[in-house]
Design a protein around this ligand. Structure first.
Ligand code: ADP
Length: 527
């Protein structure tokens, strides 16, 4: 089937009423229609669903959409039905259906009426479903929220690991399309590997949100008063305040109310009726502020949220990005303010103890990125985008001046010699240390690990003791962001030398280092 640009436009208008494609949609759809494996990485709100819905509607056969969220599946099915002549165009297949309903679904698929079949991965593993799907024409398989396949994603689901097998059993050569809003290179690699589609055509949209202003403030005892002051300065604007615990949510919501701010709490401990009432009040603008745990936000599509405050720092950069991403959806102002104290990181680490070791290691590595982000003096936007594998130039990039570190820069100092020393030590120690031990080697602090390698006997041991640990931690962090060093994910954070780092050792250049914020005295592990 040869499909022209015009055909696509016509179908877009016909099914969705839109006259233009958004971002990379058109290329993605062309790729799917041509039967290629396709990988789509777009931030939330980027328009991922249409990327598979439209080609499904245009093609013969049924597209299977795997999604972990039953509520979202239902919404999507309703939306597709509302623009189609036949309700059978989209179905959900899951364990909540009775026998008659299952029969109807299968009949619609067999008759070629159903274009989109939404399934949870659990339902797809059921033998009789697989047997049935083998007998019908499948146009392609879309794996939504594909990061669930990776332990490095924020929502790992073991049953996602089985998908490749099942797809193969359903049919040979069924094109696969993976979609996610999680952009870290490690997660991407896991997805491609696990879905067996290293040949996939990849479409990655920029994660830059130029209208968001990022700011981190040290968290002190007066954090509540500070938040109240901020909200009062932004009176009448819609905002979300995230807290870690339900108890804090309740307390802070009350404190805001007492101070004359129209605020309500939202967390999973409230009954469903109250939750939906509070959500509606926010959407209808009867109140200005929702104080919430992370339970609030999934599927919330309020375009004019003007600020997102984190009373407690989130457990990963992905979470921070998702949560702050709820501000300024309409392209208008969006102030993202987070409060940070290293103590909160320790609290989050404590929550993880008791979990399987690998999970703890991953959780720890993700948290260290949060620490680095919170304490850094380089542009926050640059840091976030670097984390997501995207290079950003503050001079030329959109939103380049939209964060506290760029607006109010910290003092800078020449650190050419120091960077060279750190890189040389990484090389001389055969790239085997994580940042903390690397700093111990540089500053000459012995410990069992270092001594077991006899690194303490090396001539470079302690060569950087003129500066303190905080200085060296900051320097390593900045060398990481500058691409001279790299943290190895497989080994949970061992520091490796990059080609640019090797060049630097040969031909050192000026390296302007910014002083880091010091949030408290416990920054030892803070990379
Ligand atoms: P994602 O799944 O990437 O978070 P959605 O698929 O929910 O994003 O789409 C986000 C919003 O963008 C939805 O409201 C959707 O209707 C809208 N949208 C998608 N494609 C287009 C388009 N081509 N033109 C206008 N709006 C679009």
């Amino acid at each position: 089937m040869s499909i022209t640009e015009k055909d696509l436009q016509v179908s877009l208008k016909k099914y969705f009423g839109f006259s233009k494609f958004k971002g990379l949609q058109e290329g993605v759809i062309q790729s799917i229609l041509s039967g290629q494996n396709t990988f789509v990485i777009m931030p939330t709100g980027g328009g991922k669903s249409l990327c598979y819905q439209l080609p499904a509607l245009m093609q013969e056969g049924t597209a299977i959409v795997v999604s972990p969220l039953i509520a979202l599946m239902k919404n999507q099915v309703d939306a597709i039905r509302s623009v189609s002549e036949h309700d059978g165009v989209a179905h959900v297949l899951n364990s909540s259906l009775n026998k008659t309903e299952v029969k109807q679904v299968k009949q619609d698929i067999t008759n070629g009426i159903t274009k989109l079949l939404y399934v949870a991965p659990e339902s797809l593993t059921k033998e009789d479903n697989v047997e049935f799907l083998r007998t019908v024409k499948i146009s392609f398989m879309a794996v939504d929220e594909a990061h669930c396949i990776s332990e490095w994603g924020h929502d790992f689901r073991p049953e996602y690991r089985n998908l490749r097998n099942i797809i193969q059993r359903i049919g040979d050569n069924i094109p696969i399309i993976g979609l996610t809003a999680t952009a870290t290179p490690k997660v991407q690699e896991d997805i491609l590997k696990n879905l067996g589609m290293s040949d996939a055509k990849t479409f990655k949209a920029s994660f830059n949100r130029p209208n968001l202003y990022y700011e981190i403030r040290p968290k002190t005892k007066t954090v509540d008063a500070d938040i109240i002051r901020f909200i009062k300065q932004n009176e009448g604007k819609s905002g979300i305040v995230y807290c870690l615990s339900r108890k804090r949510v309740e307390e802070l919501a009350q404190a805001l109310q007492v101070n004359g701010i129209k605020a309500v709490p939202y967390h999973a401990g409230l009954d469903a009726k109250t939750r939906s009432k509070h959500q509606d009040m926010f959407l209808m603008e009867d109140i200005d502020v929702v104080v919430a745990t992370i339970a609030f936000g999934m599927g919330i599509d309020k375009p004019d949220v003007r600020f997102v405050i984190h009373h407690d720092i989130p457990k990963s950069i992905e979470s921070y990005y998702q949560e702050t991403g709820r501000a300024g959806r309409d392209g208008g102002e969006g102030h993202c303010l987070a409060y940070y104290a290293y103590k909160d990181i320790e609290k989050l680490e404590k929550f993880m103890s008791g979990k399987p070791v690998a999970e703890q290691e991953i959780g720890h590595a993700l948290l260290q990125e949060v620490v680095a982000f919170a304490e850094t003096s380089i542009s926050r936007r640059k840091f976030i985008l670097h984390y997501f594998g995207e290079e950003f130039d503050n001079e030329t990039g959109e939103g380049g001046d939209m964060d506290d570190n760029v607006r109010y820069p910290k003092k800078q100092q020449e650190a050419k010699e120091e960077v060279k020393l750190a890189l040389e030590i990484v090389a001389s120690t055969n790239q085997k240390y994580k940042s903390k031990d690397l700093v111990n080697v540089i500053t000459g602090k012995e410990n069992a690990l270092i001594n077991s390698h006899k690194t303490n006997e090396q001539p470079f041991f302690g060569k950087g003791k003129d500066h303190d640990k905080i200085f060296w931690m900051a320097l390593i962090r900045q060398a990481l962001v500058a691409g001279l060093l790299k943290k190895d994910i497989e080994t949970y954070g061992v520091i490796k030398l990059q080609p640019a780092g090797k060049d630097f050792i040969e031909n050192p250049e000026s390296f302007m280092m910014t002083e880091d914020h010091v949030f408290d005295q416990t920054t030892d592990d803070s990379i």
